[in-house]
Design a protein around this ligand. Structure first.
Ligand SMILES: *Cc1c(COP(=O)(O)O)cnc(C)c1O
Ligand SMILES: [Zn+2]
Length: 402
């Protein structure tokens, strides 16, 4: 039992309507009748986490299109905690999803919804990971997927996935924000289902990150969640997950939602500094963290609410700082992430150093995508392999010298 509701004017829509925003232009939210939702705590405490473990809190009634998404590891990271100076640090590694990013959580729900609504084609604009996820769920569902990518600005692994899983891949001569405007027009004019994070059903899938963190901490709530922010859907979604568990009496508080962007693309951070409830779009966002190279985040209004309501914050880091954090994750903890994901750890370090985050907090950083998504960036920031002759003398010399 659920319906759609505008976050601006409160107008409601039926779950059978095909639409993405309100008539007034406002973002939509999926609202449940929580009094009818009964979760069995015994089941909740024994079944392994996954997106569909929480199906009572998901807006899909048919058999979902699923490739076993979610259930990603929550690593306790003591060496990294010591480096950063916090008591207790966990990393929720979303790179361990089927396509290597959290986008799979949104797409398993989004493509299932497309099928329920009888849509025959799905589409999105993407900085890369959304297209990879749409491509696999389109393939699994047996319907065509169309993806619009900003030309030359998408990491190699992501393009490879979209192509191999059979999406129609369009390389648009423009940036992400322009590609999104175009795909929105296309979906309005043709009967094609839009699966960018403006689609509220995507966020329903992604809120399960919040459920899983509570679950994996033994039904405890951390003090703070730190994560990268691009279109600002994920921070909104995870916060919704925590709020729903509180509404259902499973927990009694929410963590401080803390969003990190890069200095070259940080409209949310600027808005938070002003305590504004909307952003001023940036025209030419630039950063090596291509997944969050976004100047006009569509979910900004929802995300800012989540940040203020939870007493969280937002800050920006440089590309150099995020590369440093990427190496810490990889070399202190064995966690391989793409550049955008490392902003969470870089941002945590900055906020601990400046005293905004206390040393005694229990923090969960969400690493959103896998290292192999962007091998070119990794090669460009790493030392080259040592080339040696195929003799034992040469090998011994190379191994023993430093
Ligand atoms: C999509 C994505 C983000 C940004 O998430 P939003 O919901 O757009 O804020 C961050 N990191 C990675 C790896 C992503 O794929
Ligand atoms: Zn409205």
């Amino acid at each position: 039992m659920y319906h759609l509701e505008c976050i601006e004017c409160g107008k409601t829509y039926s779950k059978t309507d095909v639409l993405y925003t309100c008539e007034c232009g406002g973002l939509l939210d999926v609202i449940y009748d929580y009094s009818t939702i009964k979760l069995d705590m015994d089941v909740l405490k024994t079944v392994c986490p996954s997106v569909w473990k929480y199906k009572e809190l998901l807006p899909i009634e048919q058999e979902p299109v699923s490739i076993q998404e979610g259930g990603t590891p929550l690593y306790k990271c003591d060496r990294l905690a010591e480096k950063i100076g916090v008591r207790s640090l966990y990393v929720k590694h979303e790179g361990m999803n089927p396509t290597g990013s959290f986008k799979d959580r949104g797409m398993t729900v989004g493509v299932s919804k497309a099928i329920e609504l009888g849509m025959k084609t799905v589409a999105c604009a993407s900085t890369g990971n959304t297209s990879a996820a749409l491509a696999i769920y389109g393939a699994k569902a047996g319907i065509p997927a169309v993806v619009l990518l900003p030309e030359g600005k998408v990491a190699l692994g992501k393009v490879a996935q979209a192509l191999m899983h059979g999406a129609k891949v369009l390389s648009v001569r423009g940036n992400f924000d322009e590609a999104l405007d175009l795909v929105r027009k296309l979906c309005d004019e043709e009967r094609i289902y839009l699966l960018n994070s403006i689609n509220p059903y995507r966020l329903e899938g992604q809120k399960t990150i919040g459920f899983e963190i509570v679950d994996q901490l033994g039904f405890n709530v951390p003090d703070r969640i730190v994560l990268p922010v691009g279109n600002a859907g994920n921070i909104t979604a995870i916060y919704k997950g925590f709020k729903e568990f509180m509404k259902l009496g499973i927990t009694d508080r929410v963590p401080k939602m803390t969003g990190i962007q890069t200095e070259g693309a940080c409209p949310i951070v600027k808005a938070v500094r002003e305590r504004a409830d909307d952003i001023i779009p940036e025209k030419d966002p630039e950063t090596i963290a291509t997944a969050i190279r976004i100047g006009n985040p569509v979910n900004a209004r929802k995300a800012l609410k989540a940040i203020y309501e939870s007493d969280g914050t937002a800050d920006s880091v440089t590309d150099d700082e995020l590369v440093q954090a990427q190496k810490w994750l990889a070399q202190l903890e064995g966690i391989g992430v793409e550049p955008a994901s490392a902003t969470s750890v870089a941002g945590l370090k900055k906020l601990v150093d400046s005293g905004v985050i206390g040393h005694d907090e229990t923090v969960v950083c969400v690493t959103t995508g896998h290292l192999l998504k962007d091998p070119e960036e990794v090669i460009s920031v790493s030392a080259e392999p040592i080339v040696v002759d195929a003799t034992i003398e040469a090998i011994r010399k190379a191994v023993l010298e430093n």
